[in-house]
Design a protein around this ligand. Structure first.
Ligand SMILES: C[S@@+](CC[C@H](N)C(=O)[O-])C[C@H]1O[C@@H](n2cnc3c(N)ncnc32)[C@H](O)[C@@H]1O
Length: 289
């Protein structure tokens, strides 16, 4: 039981992962801890962490034979825990392992696990948080939310991102699946019916970009910019310029302009520039409403 929340073998299923997962998880952990530290002691009615592609809670890197805490357990062990956790995975065995691990946490009663397709389950979670936010509570702000979207391949649909963005205060951390897109686009481009790539971008305009750029370097740059433009239309704006960070910029809501840990995030990213590199396949732009 003690091993459940430690980065070690506990006999339960783990997710086989490549060595790059270490950087990803390190980045996530830093971000979460900055988020919970700078946002504590404010009158949020609740703080929620949502992990729509949760996995079993631990990753195993065979190259180094090392076990790492996966995203849901990192969030569960944050310096200041969230008041609610929503974990979703398509696989029931995966969620069973995660639930068992969560049971060892002192805040396990804050965890809700769901088995199913995130692109469907997201509606239930959004409804739940909207209900919490709807009631007027004097002196209390609406809930503060952070979602981590770490799909495998092209399992994340644009409509899911758009649904989450409807919540009042929502940070998004999205894994942009460049490799998955690279593998799928040429077939999807030829298809007449709706494809996973269409669902990922939420419309078919990517096909025009693909047609114009398919044989040129810079295709993914164009597609990422297009995706970011879609995020802008949901109300997110850039906080840092790309040339300041070398990474995809932070984005936040143009409309709501919530007073956030802008400077702290800046530091976090600078820290990463010194210590880490984000692999080409990934886009980790924490964005917030
Ligand atoms: C990349 S892994 C997540 C790893 C996790 N974030 C971590 O840090 O340990 C993706 C997970 O998403 C799950 N998955 C794939 N398609 C899904 C879907 N449509 N809805 C929910 N979960 C899905 C897989 O079963 C897998 O566990």
């Amino acid at each position: 039981m003690q091993a459940y929340l430690q980065p070690q073998d506990d006999g339960l299923p783990v997710r086989p992962s490549g060595p790059w997962v270490v950087e990803k998880l390190d980045y996530l952990e830093r971000y979460i801890n900055i988020f919970v530290t700078s946002m504590r002691d404010k009158p949020w009615r609740g703080t929620h962490y949502i992990d729509l592609f949760a996995g079993p809670g631990k990753c195993y890197v065979s190259e180094t034979k090392a076990v790492y805490l996966g995203s849901p357990l990192i969030a569960l062990k944050a310096l200041y825990p969230f008041t609610g956790y929503f974990f979703v995975d398509l696989e029931s065995d995966t969620i069973a392992a995660l639930q068992q691990r969560c049971s060892a946490s002192p805040v396990c009663d804050r965890v809700q696990c769901f088995v199913g397709d995130s692109n469907i389950m997201v509606q239930e979670i959004v409804k739940h948080i909207s209900t919490i936010d709807r009631e007027f509570i004097p002196g209390r702000w609406s809930s503060l939310n952070l979602v981590f979207l770490d799909p495998q391949g092209l399992d994340l649909h644009w409509n899911t991102v758009a649904s989450l963005a409807k919540l009042n205060r929502m940070d998004l951390i999205i894994h942009y699946p460049q490799m998955g897109l690279g593998r799928s686009m040429s077939q999807a481009f030829k298809a007449k019916e709706q494809t996973k790539v269409d669902l990922f971008f939420g419309e078919t305009k990517w096909r025009e970009i693909y047609e114009a750029w398919q044989d040129k370097p810079g295709l993914h740059r164009q597609l990422i910019d297009y995706y970011k433009e879609r995020l802008r239309r949901l109300g997110y704006e850039e906080v840092l310029r790309g040339d300041e960070t070398g990474y995809e910029p932070l984005m936040r809501s143009a409309k709501k302009r919530t007073p956030l840990c802008y400077n702290k995030r800046r530091e976090a990213r600078r820290d990463h520039i010194r210590g880490l590199y984000v692999k080409e396949d990934s886009l980790w732009p924490p964005v917030r409403v």
